[in-house]
Design a protein around this ligand. Structure first.
Ligand code: I3P
Length: 132
């Protein structure tokens, strides 16, 4: 018995609360970093950062209509992801995501295990899209 190829199933890849900040907007470096905790969803080749960390995580799953509006949505097609160089932040476990439109985001969590699963999941999302 064979199971269907996993990449054809569009489903929720991952969701959770991460710290994130945007550092470059379409090629323009932003002056200040504004770190915030954000409900973050990886689904169908798109990474979505919601405005807050709580509303969506609790009521949002039961009542999707109550989901707060996304603050940033990042198309993973053509994006790249790496551990952020030390000079980008004093925080630990920071990932740097560059989107195809020239924007950059830092993504952080105090837990190395949690950031490592996000690293894998986002990298896999990017890889699957480049294979199309
Ligand atoms: C920034 C704030 C950021 C910090 C940034 C500071 O100060 O403390 O958290 O980034 O460091 O400039 P302010 O609140 O006055 O804007 P990290 O936490 O990522 O280190 P930076 O100047 O080295 O980017």
């Amino acid at each position: 018995q064979t199971s269907p190829p996993e990449e054809k199933i569009k489903t929720l890849d991952k969701a959770g609360v991460l710290h994130r900040t945007k550092t470059v907007d379409k090629g323009k470096r932003l002056r200040k970093k504004h770190w915030s905790a954000s409900w973050t969803v990886l689904e169908g080749g798109v990474l979505t950062f919601f405005k807050d960390s709580k509303t969506s995580a609790t009521s949002g799953l039961k009542q999707p209509s109550k989901l707060s509006t996304p603050e940033y949505t990042v198309e993973l097609r053509g994006a790249s992801l790496a551990l952020a160089p030390k000079d980008k932040s004093s925080r630990k476990n920071v990932l740097e995501l560059r989107s195809r439109d020239g924007s950059e985001y830092l993504i952080q969590h105090d837990s190395e295990a949690i950031i490592s699963t996000w690293h894998q999941a986002i990298a896999q999302g990017i890889q699957e899209l480049s294979a199309d």
